[in-house]
Design a protein around this ligand. Structure first.
Ligand code: SF4
Length: 368
């Protein structure tokens, strides 16, 4: 049983971060951010995949206009309604304009936007509009005095930089803060968060940055994010990958599910296959996993307490028995699949209908 670290609760649009709320999954728009249609389409894809919060790099004032346009769209079409974060470096005016445009959260490091007046103006508008600020520290963002003190981006240096930036905001009575300390080095990222978790009560956004490809990056993030979550640390996650942002969302959800932190939901039990396997269990299990995501999202949104285990097994001889703890499932045959419930055979179904039958059975139980 994981006991979550106690933190302040911070609202990002409709999403609540920290304070014992469910751990939210984030991703970030990447290429093609200058094409509004592509942004719109990606927002829909991300939302359907289960993403809770989308971050956009706000590089210039044209990008600020996209925030307003997306918020207008969201007001009339809920497919576009998702919590938006403006990622801003150095230019405090972009932060002010993003706040006016209706952004839900701003990621900016007060330490790199200049004078106290500028920090105060950002803190003031965010306070007035109830927009939280996420401080995002990484090896490349360390203040020169901290880097000089530690000699390199050590975990202590990363945590100290986070505290330094927190204090810059607290000085102006701003405490709607979420903090991230990231590194591409898994151990450093873990250690930095362990230190920071002891030093503040703000929710933590966790992830391994510049983690690499969908394969290696996932392994690094699973270890980094997973180690912290298992200790109860982490309130929102991003699995940074050199891949489609939608993949980041799928993998983030999978990490949460593997630790039982995605809420009670659906679990697939699938056999590793062996010489007795009569079908392509691998592609069926993968297809089922993808097509279950919108149903799982509905369960989560409706705060339903549902636990379903679905089995995809390679052979009828051992499959139903091996998957005894499943509520229902299929087992591969030469021509048809056996559909079974609680280990007992129900009927034979055509192979091309296998995933449909499993989804229909799921929908019946979920009943949303
Ligand atoms: Fe092998 Fe059948 Fe067991 Fe799958 S269910 S591992 S195919 S014996």
């Amino acid at each position: 049983m994981i006991t979550r670290r106690k933190t302040k609760e911070i609202a990002v649009g409709d999403i609540k971060i920290g304070g014992g709320n469910k751990i939210s999954v984030q991703s970030m728009l990447n290429a093609n951010q200058d094409n509004f249609d592509k942004i719109k389409n990606k927002i829909i894809e991300l939302k359907q995949a289960g993403c809770d919060i989308v971050r956009m790099a706000i590089v210039d004032f044209e990008h600020v206009k996209y925030i307003a346009k997306l918020k207008e769209l969201a007001a009339i079409d809920k497919n576009y309604d998702i919590a938006l974060v403006a990622d801003i470096h150095f230019n405090y005016k972009l932060a002010l304009e993003s706040a006016h445009a209706g952004i839900d959260k701003i990621r900016i490091n007060p330490g790199n936007i200049g004078s106290g007046d500028k920090v105060k103006s950002v803190a003031d508008i965010c306070k007035a509009k109830k927009i939280p600020i996420r401080i995002g520290v990484n090896g490349g963002s360390l203040e020169s005095q901290i880097l000089k003190k530690y000699g390199s981006p050590t975990p202590e240096a990363l945590a100290e930089s986070a505290i330094y930036n927190i204090k810059l905001l607290e000085k102006y009575d701003f405490t709607d803060i979420i903090v991230a300390v990231k590194s591409s080095d898994v151990d450093k990222m873990i250690q930095a968060n362990l230190i920071l978790a002891e030093m503040c009560e703000y929710p933590l956004h966790i992830g391994v940055t510049e983690a690499g490809t969908a394969h290696m990056g996932l392994i690094k993030n699973s270890i980094g994010i997973g180690s912290l979550l298992q200790r109860g640390i982490g309130d929102t996650i991003r699995v940074s990958l050199t891949a489609d942002p939608v993949t980041e969302v799928y993998e983030g959800i999978s990490i949460l599910k593997s630790l039982g932190l995605y809420g009670k939901s659906i679990e697939i039990i699938s056999c590793p296959t062996c010489g007795r396997c009569k079908t392509d269990t691998i592609s069926i299990a993968n297809e089922l996993e993808k097509r279950l995501i919108p149903i799982e999202k509905k369960i989560r949104e409706n705060k339903k307490d549902i636990k379903i285990k679905i089995a995809v097994m390679g052979c009828v001889v051992n499959g139903p028995g091996e998957a005894r703890e499943a509520d229902f499932g299929i087992a591969g045959g030469t021509e048809k699949f056996l559909f079974f419930k609680n280990g007992e055979p129900v009927e034979k179904i055509p192979k091309n209908k296998a995933v449909d039958v499993l989804l229909e059975e799921t929908e019946k139980i979920v009943n949303l």
